[in-house]
Design a protein around this ligand. Structure first.
Ligand SMILES: Nc1nc2c(ncn2[C@@H]2O[C@H](COP(=O)(O)OP(=O)(O)OP(=O)(O)O)[C@@H](O)[C@H]2O)c(=O)[nH]1
Ligand SMILES: [Mg+2]
Length: 318
């Protein structure tokens, strides 16, 4: 392994902010060095607890993440925050939110905040996010909070990498908009009724509880509902308590190891897919060729299987 990469890895292990930032950029841009770095750091990972926070736009995820981060800092835990916003390129919303949040923690070396937006067609936002989580883990962050807007498959993939997933719901949004359509009820380990200062909170609570009764228990865990008012820091402790409860519950479970193995099996499949994709259509010409083939298939000039064989043959894979 190159000396430069080793030094870089050492700086990251020591929690050096600039080294971490540079590494995240390398991961985001799929630079060749990023893989070397991640390999060298991998044995130092596996310590952080990953908390995914998802929900419809504007439900108060960033405010909640901020409160949780402050809570963990009071417990003397180091914190990493990844705000994944596939839409930020268009709205700038997350970036503004981050700037506001960062002001409160700007002088705290125990907290690291970074936002990420959508990558190109091969980039794989979920993969980049999980690599960034590994970096923060290696940098010694004990808790890593990952915020994502729960709308699409990308976000659900991101959330799946978390050890514990919070689904944030608020009064006043249509039920289907918030969760049910996106399948969020199935992925939540803990449900957060934020903005519970607002009208309709009690009714929503009843609705969520009724729905949760229909969700089968997973490994003896019945997802609880926690009411919060993030702007007033109300319910933060109860939420952190629910997370701690879930954590000890899952770590004691006999299925914990099996869950980790299943997780890595899935990740390996994704990495293999990504590696193969990179080989066959990784460069701009590859994408062009893919586009052309797709057009031929769409026009029924070629069948998709022949097209795949062609692509693989060109890359020297049988
Ligand atoms: N009344 C009330 N307002 C809240 C509460 N939590 C957050 N807000 C407000 O809701 C707005 C959105 O909060 P954010 O934390 O940015 O929400 P978000 O889910 O991160 O938003 P996106 O990242 O854009 O999807 C802000 O104006 C907050 O001040 C709450 O508990 N009660
Ligand atoms: Mg936000």
């Amino acid at each position: 392994m190159a000396v430069a990469v080793n030094n870089w890895a050492e700086q990251i292990r020591a929690g050096d902010v600039r080294a971490i930032s540079r590494a995240i950029t390398a991961v985001e841009n799929s630079e060749a060095e990023a893989e070397e770095l991640l390999r060298s750091l991998f044995t130092s990972t596996g310590q952080a607890y990953l908390i995914g926070v998802t929900g419809a736009p504007g439900t108060g995820k960033s405010t909640l993440v901020d409160r949780l981060a402050a809570f963990y800092r009071r417990e003397r835990k180091t914190v990493g925050i990844i705000a994944v916003d596939p839409s930020s390129a268009f709205t700038g919303g997350a970036i503004l939110g981050d700037r506001i949040r960062m002001q409160g923690h700007a002088t705290d070396a125990g907290i690291y905040i970074r936002s990420m937006a959508t990558r190109g067609f091969l980039g794989g936002l979920a993969r980049a996010t999980s690599d960034v989580a590994l970096l923060l883990d290696a940098a010694g962050k004990q808790v890593v909070l990952i915020e994502t807007v729960g709308v699409g498959q990308d976000e659900i993939d991101i959330v799946r990498l978390a050890d514990c997933t919070l689904v944030v719901l608020v009064p006043g949004l249509g039920d289907d908009v918030q969760s049910m359509k996106a399948g969020l009820m199935e992925i939540g380990d803990i449900f957060v009724l934020n903005k519970s200062d607002r009208e309709g909170a009690d009714r929503l609570e009843q609705q969520i509880l009724a729905m949760l009764n229909l969700v089968p228990e997973r490994d003896g865990w019945k997802p609880p509902l926690v009411r919060t008012v993030a702007t007033e820091d109300k319910g933060t402790e109860a939420l952190a308590g629910a997370i701690a409860g879930f954590r000890s519950r899952s770590e004691l479970s006999r299925k914990w190891e099996a869950k980790k193995v299943a997780h890595w099996k899935q990740r390996l499949v994704e990495l293999i897919e990504a590696r193969l994709l990179e080989r066959v259509v990784g460069d701009p010409r590859g994408e062009e060729a893919l586009e052309k083939l797709a057009a031929e298939v769409a026009e029924r000039k070629k069948d998709p299987y022949a097209a795949v064989n062609e692509v693989l043959a060109r890359a020297g894979i049988k």
